[in-house]
Design a protein around this ligand. Structure first.
Ligand SMILES: Nc1ncnc2c1ncn2[C@@H]1O[C@H](COP(=O)(O)OP(=O)(O)OP(=O)(O)O)[C@@H](O)[C@H]1O
Length: 308
């Protein structure tokens, strides 16, 4: 959903937090949604993402999740922090908005990534997305609003989730969702936070990646009481990329996985059955190969007595 936030931060503008006085230079807007606008900012040549919110309560719950994720990461193997700063921003108009600064995720959305790198990267990107969900499920939360806009993919299919506004503790009512990814919308379960809720959304996302037009046709042309997962599965069956995963998708639609870790293991079994994508050869490997080939030719020429 688009927001009607009445502020714009221009490129080059320097933002100073009202309480902590940290300064950020605005580079560009990364995106916007119902809860606010996200900007790429720089602080001492480090790039970060700054989210300016419209509603303090909504922003605060996102901050709570990022803080909890950070604690969890510290217990594990470290990594860069999720959250750098929390403060208020005062505009020249006198209006104040809450903001927080988080890790900048460099990446593209899944459809663009698959269009550029090839659909053979889908199984690996899907696996990595399941691992990200597994991190959350391990802490007792569902992501809630899993959708194509909230998944960014970097090189080699590395995946990061953005927008933690829908993250909900298991057992509570899902805080934020988008209809087509919601199991309640498909008459396949209640809107309560649990791991299978995210896995259902993940399965819809897969269908959307390869059968988008058909999926929208289905949602537009079916009465609410007739919506069901059988139709989603039929779409998966007709997609060349999804066919090998149709057993997995059927299980996800039926709420058959305990959590994303179990779902990732099952996904991995399918990957091994169909084979992994080969990594693209970096330019320097090709250059080294050409150089060594040229060296080999020169040696052969020299061994053969050269021009003489
Ligand atoms: N840390 C980040 N790094 C890079 N890009 C980001 C980051 N956070 C958000 N974005 C971009 O900004 C967009 C909007 O951010 P976000 O989804 O947090 O806003 P929102 O108001 O909560 O949106 P929604 O209406 O979908 O809930 C995202 O879709 C993503 O493209």
């Amino acid at each position: 959903m688009a927001t009607s936030a009445k502020f714009d931060l221009d490129r080059g503008m320097v933002i100073t937090g009202k309480w902590r006085h940290r300064r950020y230079r605005v580079e560009r807007m990364l995106g916007e949604g119902a809860n606010g606008k996200v900007y790429l900012v720089q602080q001492d040549s480090r790039l970060m993402a700054l989210k300016v919110g419209l509603d303090t309560a909504d922003l605060q719950s996102e901050i709570n999740v990022l803080q909890a994720l950070e604690k969890q990461q510290k217990k594990g193997n470290g990594g860069s922090p999720f959250l750098y700063d929390v403060d208020d921003l005062k505009l020249r108009s006198g209006k104040e908005y809450p903001f927080y600064v988080m890790r900048y995720v460099r990446g593209t959305k899944l459809p663009a990534f698959l269009a550029a790198s090839g659909a053979e990267w889908f199984p690996l990107a899907g696996y990595n997305l399941l691992l990200r969900l597994a991190d959350l499920h391990g802490s007792g939360w569902a992501f809630g609003d899993l959708k194509v806009d909230n998944v960014l993919v970097a090189d080699y299919g590395r995946v990061e989730l953005v927008d933690y506004g829908g993250v909900t503790a298991f057992g509570k009512s899902i805080r934020q969702f988008t209809e087509i990814y919601d199991r309640g919308y498909w008459n396949a379960g209640i809107r309560t936070s649990d791991a299978p809720y995210d896995l259902f959304s993940f399965a819809v996302l897969c269908v959307q990646l390869f059968e988008e037009k058909e999926l929208y046709r289905l949602t537009a042309g079916t009465l609410p009481q007739n919506r069901g997962t059988a139709e989603l599965l039929r779409l998966a069956q007709q997609s060349q990329q999804l066919k090998p995963f149709s057993g997995w998708l059927a299980r996800a639609f039926a709420g058959g996985f305990r959590d994303a870790a179990e779902a990732a293991d099952a996904w991995n079994v399918v990957i091994h059955r169909i084979g992994r994508p080969s990594k693209p050869v970096p330019w320097w490997t090709k250059a080294l190969f050409l150089l060594s080939a040229a060296g080999l030719a020169a040696s052969a020429f020299w061994l053969a007595g050269g021009f003489g």
